[in-house]
Design a protein around this ligand. Sequence first.
Ligand code: BES
Ligand code: ZN
Ligand code: MN
Length: 503
Amino acid sequence: MTVTMRGDGEPVTIGGDALVVTAFKGELGALAETIDVSLGDELAAMLASGEISGRFGEVTVVVAAAAIAARRVVMVGLGDRAVLDAYRLYNAYTFVGRELRKRRLTRAVLAADLSLLGRAAPDQPALLRAMVTGTLLANFEAGALKKDAEDRSPLIEELVVAGLDRDGEDSIDAALSEAVLLADSTLRVQRWTSAPANTMTPTTLAGAVRELCADGPLAVEVMGREELEALGAGALLGIAQGSDEPPAMIVVRYDGGGDGDRRLALVGKGITFDTGGISIKPSLGMEMMKSDMGGGAAVLAALHAIAALKVPCNVLGIVPATENMPGGRALKPGDVVTAIDGTTIEVVNTDAEGRVVLADGLGLARRLGATHIVDVATLTGAAIVALGHVNTGLMSNDPELTRLVLRAGEQAGDRFAELPMSPEYDVCLHSDVADVVNWGGREAGTIAGGIFIREFAGDLPWVHLDIAGTSWNDQGNLKDVPDGPSGSPVRTLVWLARLFAAG
Ligand code: BES
Ligand code: ZN
Ligand code: MN
């Protein structure tokens, strides 16, 4: 796969399978308008007749004219200009990439529409990143385990970005390699998240991380049952009791900053399969629970990218990983476990296991000297009810860290919506027998999860990201969001480290 940049010459002079240009609702983008002259005003006629509309995600493919070096012109609708933001721009280019692959147009020229500079992309590097990363995300292979590789569409092999002015923007070249790196990281999270649970166990996840970080500056440590016992990680061990698969606490350490510097801990939920345990889930749709380690995958892939980018700050990645199974030794509702920080947890619902293992994840982060904590988890089905697959639920005890995450999301093309932490919600933690209970009722389910996790952040600035909806779009009629695993929010975590290093 190669991605290059051509600042010189007109996009129409660059050869390839496809020249990709933009449209908006009822209007052609700047370059589309220019090249439409050589197309005999065909694109304008298609818009005028209503054959196409320029609606968001609409991809139109026409045969190119002699004056255009590429074989096809591909035009993507970006919809209403007023609501276009980074998230929509990334998604639009993923739709482009999917159409290119379907048609076996694997070498494409992406023409930058500079009229997008503003809300959708603050500067040229940001525009380039959205186009390149967005397109490359189409290279995710949902059917990778099918035996007939010939049935599969070929991968996008070559992208040329045209129409940006390279002069005076050294950062353009850097943005190009970043865009490829962050696409690779996102694809990695998508692959890990969608891997069947019989091939993605805590042990194989830890092995994959070791391999990924083998020649980097990252220190990977994996704690098994014995070490977890010595550590007092009774919460993770408790959830792991019902499974024959050994649990793992995966710790990745990146020392890109100075010795006494602040340290950002990224803590990801790593449930490699969630049956619910004794509080067992209904069987319909349970297969989706192979993706219950999506937060952990995003954290681990983010650490790899942060190291590759040599971000000058200290980051810790922590993933408490286990299956949640109803085996003969499984936790029973009412059992009490003790987390690393000594807090006792009454587990009344073994299906609210994410917050329990995260208690130990956050406890370990504090032990290891974290000064700031961001946790990422497919925590609650209620997040899907509240926000669908569009926004990640965000909760926090610190407005400044929240602002940083929101800014990172704008750079990365991820969306977040903050949920309140009014003190009245605290009652959901009350237990008669232990310090806290892991489930206090059905109301405000997503908020209750965040309130629980906050207990384990102590007085550190902390942000909680509930990605139950956003890590995977399995809602067929949500047309503006690519379906399948998103890899989100790995790019936001990388940008967060960058902003953290800068501030
Ligand atoms: N992993 C699930 C949450 C989830 C549901 C993620 C659907 C993605 C899609 C989590 O462990 C869980 O089971 N949550 C319970 C919480 C409840 C018992 C408080 C839920 O959402 O029902
Ligand atoms: Zn779960
Ligand atoms: Mn569960």
